[in-house]
Design a protein around this ligand. Sequence first.
Ligand code: NAD
Ligand code: UFG
Length: 348
Amino acid sequence: MAKSILVTGGAGYIGSHTVLQLLLGGYSIVVVDNLDNSSDIALKRVKELAGDFGKNLVFHQVDLRDKPALEKIFARTKFDAVIHFAGLKAVGESVQKPLLYFNNNLTGTITLLEVMASHGCKQLVFSSSATVYGCPKEVPCTEEFPLSAASPYGRTKLFIEGICCDIYRSDSEWKIILLRYFNPVGAHPSGHIGEDPRGIPNNLMPYVQQIAVGRRPHLTVYGTDYSTKDGTGVRDYIHVVDLADGHIAALCKLSDANIGCEVYNLGTGKGTSVLEMVAAFEKASRKKIPLVMAARRPGDAEIVYAATEKAERELNWKAKYGIDEMCRDQWNWAGKNPYGYGSSDSTN
Ligand code: NAD
Ligand code: UFG
């Protein structure tokens, strides 16, 4: 029988790509998403891309904090595991509205965990983030590095990691994998699903993509005086399809007898500067990205990239794609969908 997986936040950027890979891998999927930061069109396209496997996808527009609604979903289907993407993720917004972030991300997660426990579903894969490494003193970041929170958003990730460890300590039937993502970019190679942020993008590549399609005039490069090869910030960009495949590897790992509560980085182990990323995107799109050099963005780290050995060794997973493929697929998605899942008059 196909394994049945509940995917929270499955209509979002990483969730939609993961749901597609899961369907193609033969899993049966139920998505719960309140569509606060996503569109149901993403899931319609996932269904199409999955072909015959598309019939194994069910969607409920439900907020995770709505416990009775979640209870009903768990009463109807016996899930083998949950992949938990749902959450708010804008670092700057979390500084302005910390309670919104604590309420949504923490209450949502606690409600989910309570409902899982009461239905005997004790296997979880959680979307954590490299943000928990704060401004690392050295690189690559190994899973053992000291952790810190530079924003309320980051604090929600730290709290949830801690909550998961505590739950496992209280009940060893739980099996939990915490995945610390580095910087997901790119899109499915079909160009039919991709990232579609609401409002002004906070992150580098969605911003660059909107410049290429004529929606924004220029990129502000935050910081040109870092101790890096060209003075701009360095990050570990990872193709979203590689990241999605990392979740399948994590699900497989959950069948190990003694997994407990374990943490893995999902990155490529390679650092790329802002200017290198822009150059790769210009090459892929053949569009010029005008730049305005500016001061550092408060709270930004200088260089962050992952140690990948633990995931390679224990999950048997390794990223396959480089920045040229990431930019190629990002541009393919942007060119086909300049306004994401919306139309030119429905987004800004
Ligand atoms: P996203 O915003 O595209 O997807 C999150 C989804 O969760 C959205 O579809 C949103 O509508 C849904 N959601 C939010 N709160 C909800 C709630 N209370 N109930 C039901 N649904 C809710 O974001 P993403 O980039 O796909 O990120 C997925 C996860 O990965 C998030 O937890 C994020 O913090 C984490 N993460 C993302 C990045 C990144 O750069 N994209 C990096 C590290 C970690
Ligand atoms: N940058 C610019 N101009 C922009 C946007 C970004 O120069 O308009 C630079 C940043 O200064 C940084 C690099 O591009 O040097 C990457 O910035 P992003 O905002 O794309 O990514 P961050 O590494 O700052 O943060 C992201 C998510 C976090 C997550 C982290 C690790 O926003 O939530 O990746 O996964 F925690």
